[in-house]
Design a protein around this ligand. Structure first.
Ligand SMILES: [Zn+2]
Length: 133
């Protein structure tokens, strides 16, 4: 990520001034495939790009969306948001009137994810030598 990060700004169109894509130069299909230097630099690059867009557009904040269904090349949709514009955050992404999922399903997914993260954390700490003590 870097030089091409804000390419969409050079092709302004649509309803949202400042809307841009931050994309990886190397082909990475989905965020679940993110690794290597792109994974290592994502945080600072994403923070900088969203901050620049927020300030350039005079926005209150910058929404970040990642989907992957239509374009299997990792990109972040960056959308500066101002109160009263056409963008809707969080709940706006959901179809209305869809019933909540059963609490047991939520718990089961959270438990599986927590175990996987704990296992990954354990493997990482075993692979990383500790500093001087
Ligand atoms: Zn690609």
């Amino acid at each position: 990520m870097g030089g091409r990060a804000l390419e969409a700004l050079r092709r302004p169109a649509g309803r949202d001034p400042g809307f841009a894509h931050l994309e990886t130069r190397r082909h990475i299909p989905f965020i679940t495939d993110l690794d290597g230097p792109e994974a290592a630099t994502l945080g600072p690059v994403l923070a900088r790009a969203t901050r620049v867009l927020r300030e350039a557009a005079g926005a209150e904040l910058t929404y970040v969306y990642v989907f992957g269904e239509r374009t299997p090349h990792l990109h972040f949709n960056l959308a500066p948001h101002r109160d009263g514009d056409g963008l809707r955050g969080g709940p706006g992404l959901l179809y209305p009137n869809v019933p909540d999922t059963d609490l047991a399903v939520h718990r089961a997914v959270a438990d599986v994810a927590a175990r996987a993260l704990a296992d990954a954390s354990t493997r990482q700490s075993q692979a990383t030598p500790s500093g001087p003590s």
